[in-house]
Design a protein around this ligand. Sequence first.
Ligand code: AMP
Ligand code: ZN
Length: 486
Amino acid sequence: MSFLARLFGKRTNESRERPPQVFFTNTLSGHKEIFVAQKPGIALLYTCGPTVYGPAHIGNLRAYVFSDTIARVLTAARYRVRRVINITDVGHMVGDEDMGEDKMAIGAAREHATPEAIAMRYTKVFIEDIKNLNIDTDNIAFPRATEYLKEQIVLAKTLEEKGFAYRLPDGLYFDTQKFPNYGKLGGLQKVHLEAGARVEVVKGKRHPTDFVLWRIAKPNDLQQWDSPWGRGNPGWHIECSAMIRALLGQEIDIHTGGEDHINIHHNNEIAQSEAASGRTFVHYWMHNAFLTMQGEKASKSLGNIIYLSDVAKKGLHPLSLRYFFLQAHYRTPLSFSWDALTGSASALHRLWKLSHEIAEASRRKSASSEARERFLAMMRDDLGTPQALGILWDTLKSEDYTPEEKWGLLEDAEAHLGLLLLNPPAQDTLLEKDAPEEIRDLLKERTAARASQDFKEADRIRGEIERRGYHVDDGPDGPMLTRTTL
Ligand code: AMP
Ligand code: ZN
């Protein structure tokens, strides 16, 4: 290596090349677009984070696996990705509008603790959860809204000085009619305005879609600070605009969140940020569709909220959930069931088993192949994770590829999917005689069905075995079982 190359770090021919093309669907245009970073080789990525008044449910976790997949695709395409996920520990009302109960106050009352203690407790749970989903938390900034009060006040003040805000007895409001194109995100301008018109109107608000920047405290508000408008607390939307400005700058590349945020929260972020800076706030808006609970919205009142800790309680590996998310495209609604999650656990364990075999056969040496090219093209085409998983399975099971080519694909797959494919957790494999009685009985029934060529029945029984947490392979000495639960 030359002296200059040593001085400026390792620059292989590859790193000198321009990053490969990546395509994302931009909610702003409604189309798939080629990704062009504002600063060459650097991608600034912001994800709306959790309100830490309780644990994040598995629907919320879909949003973070989604943004992690974006980060992985860009990192593998040689971008340096700077990531921020904010922690909302103040100001978020139930229903995302300015009315209703304060979420942090709800958490504090429920657990007889201060909002600060609740925030600390659930920030820890959140970071632990996403770590368990193999999200690299060491390379993400997690700013808390209460740490950025000054920046929020400065931004609100700027908006007031520029004539975008007005005062009411209960707070400072953003005047949405002063901002041209208000509600442009998602092409929902009209729907948005009508939706806004239905919500309970604050007295004196000039337009139903106007929203609070600073809320004057009510006497028993637990969280309140001094401001130019009186003691109070910030509106929910201003925190994202202020923290993005402080940590990533006035113009960023990608902003993500669940699709429920398009209508109000993200349109309000755009209005605040662009009114203050006069610049394009975000170049690519990306949103994940919802995880539904067998068609229903996850909600406390329906009693169908599931947390990652419940997945572990069922004995399933947390990465089964990541696999489950990746099987669907991020823009497609995904229906959760325990059966489907057990199926994902089983598939993941089979992948891990294959990976062990390929690691041995290839001695962890990789070779390129057209399968790898197809895999990369799928991932770079708006995160085509279901198709990419299909390519992975077909290639690993095929006899047309060498172990080295398969290992090479596993390396790419790990970089993009984050499923511990290169160093899988130890597998718990056992013989029929060591299985619990109910599984042994099912195996006997399956062997009998196979002997009488009733393969449909044999498959049905295999499904039963899978649902009980075991995967069956037929080895030379009879069935081999792998536990898909921990
Ligand atoms: P919240 O704490 O309510 O602000 O939600 C955190 C993130 O999860 C946001 O990006 C939401 O849009 C997203 N989200 C909420 N519920 C779901 C769901 N059921 N499926 C997918 N994403 C969701
Ligand atoms: Zn946000």
